[in-house]
Design a protein around this ligand. Structure first.
Ligand code: NAP
Length: 309
């Protein structure tokens, strides 16, 4: 059906694509100048060069919450709205963090492979309860992880840019958080501020009994340093939903049984994906009907006052 021109900037789930095709004229690859909306996942990149080729752009609707590859200042300066699916995936990503944390400590994946291979004699795991758990990033997802982890943590600590009114212990930097934690869970955004913030030094502060869980972005971790720390048993294990160069996962991680791997599945539940699809559509529908946006990340001040938008 003919409708406003919309650019798909990354692959998106088929049900969302089908719903968009009912409302918009979809484009992929080289964009025509009439593009009024862009839709893509959290890995989508929108920089000044792409923006210059989109003179009619009005809205960017992210199917996710990550926006570390969007030039938000340039989008804001152009008065372009940006929306996310905040709220639709928080609980699922928090569940994934807890699942990885338990799976690493109780060797769930390694034992599964053992039994499938006809084996039975397994090495001992580690007690998961009573551990000091540190969460880096206490936003929507980090807070949801904390609520899940608090009942069985020995201590719950967190680091964020600012201290929060929560009952958990604030630690102002990641090295000190790693030092004080036995499990370090990453739940902060990617981008220049957090690029490879988990380096060899932070991993050494986490120490030989420490476990790293990353459901945030692969860019937060110096992956080579992580591989070395795992190989030299300078940390005990890792649970990774995200990687430096997705979908490439180094063999050194794939072959290590103290590591549990997932193909960026944090928000990947049927229920979550349906809610995310509905929110992308609700934001686009609201924008093109001139109604307030349900989940704006950037909403130009004048947006909701503009007739016909
Ligand atoms: P959010 O609500 O914006 O929370 C981000 C948290 O990170 C905030 O507490 C913030 O601190 C903290 N933070 C930001 N920069 C920091 C820094 N330099 N040092 C310390 N703390 C910092 O975001 P969210 O919805 O929880 O999502 C977090 C991230 O998870 C997303 O950006 C995305 O990359 C990732 N994610 C992954 C998946 C997946 O499938 N694995 C799915 C969704 C999201 P303040 O509160 O003090 O500002």
């Amino acid at each position: 059906m003919a409708g406003p021109d919309l650019l798909l900037a990354t692959p998106i789930p088929a049900p969302l694509r089908a719903a968009l095709a009912e409302r918009f004229t979809l484009h992929e690859g080289d964009p025509p100048p009439g593009i009024r909306a862009v839709v893509g996942g959290g890995a989508m990149k929108i920089d000044a060069a792409l923006l210059a080729r989109l003179p009619a752009l009005e809205i960017v609707a992210i199917h996710g919450v990550g926006h570390d590859r969007l030039d938000l200042d340039a989008l804001d300066a152009r008065g372009i709205c940006v929306t996310t699916t905040a709220g639709a995936l928080t609980e699922d990503v928090a569940d994934q963090a807890i699942a990885l944390m338990l799976a690493v400590q109780r060797r769930v994946a390694a034992n599964d492979a053992l039994v499938r291979g006809g084996g039975w004699a397994a090495p001992l795991g580690r007690r998961a309860s009573g551990r000091r758990i540190g969460i880096f990033g206490l936003g929507r997802i980090g807070h949801a992880i904390a609520l899940r982890a608090a009942p069985f943590a020995g201590a719950l600590l967190y680091c964020a840019r600012a201290e929060k009114p929560v009952p958990w212990h604030f630690v102002p930097d990641i090295a000190a958080l790693a030092e004080a934690s036995e499990v370090l869970i990453l739940a902060a955004p990617g981008g220049p501020e957090t690029d490879r913030i988990v380096d060899a030094g932070v991993l050494d502060r986490l120490g030989p009994d420490g476990v790293l869980i990353n459901i945030a972005r692969g860019s937060l971790v110096d992956q080579d340093a992580l591989i070395a720390a795992l190989a030299e048993q300078r940390i005990a294990g890792a649970g990774l939903d995200v990687f430096a160069q997705e979908p490439n996962v180094p063999e050194a991680l794939r072959t290590r049984d103290t590591v549990v791997l997932a193909p960026h599945q944090g928000s990947a539940t049927g229920e979550g994906r349906a809610e995310m699809r509905d929110l992308v559509l609700a934001n686009l529908d609201a924008h093109f009907a001139g109604r307030p946006l349900p989940t704006p990340l950037i909403r130009p001040v004048s947006h909701d006052a503009r007739p016909g938008r």
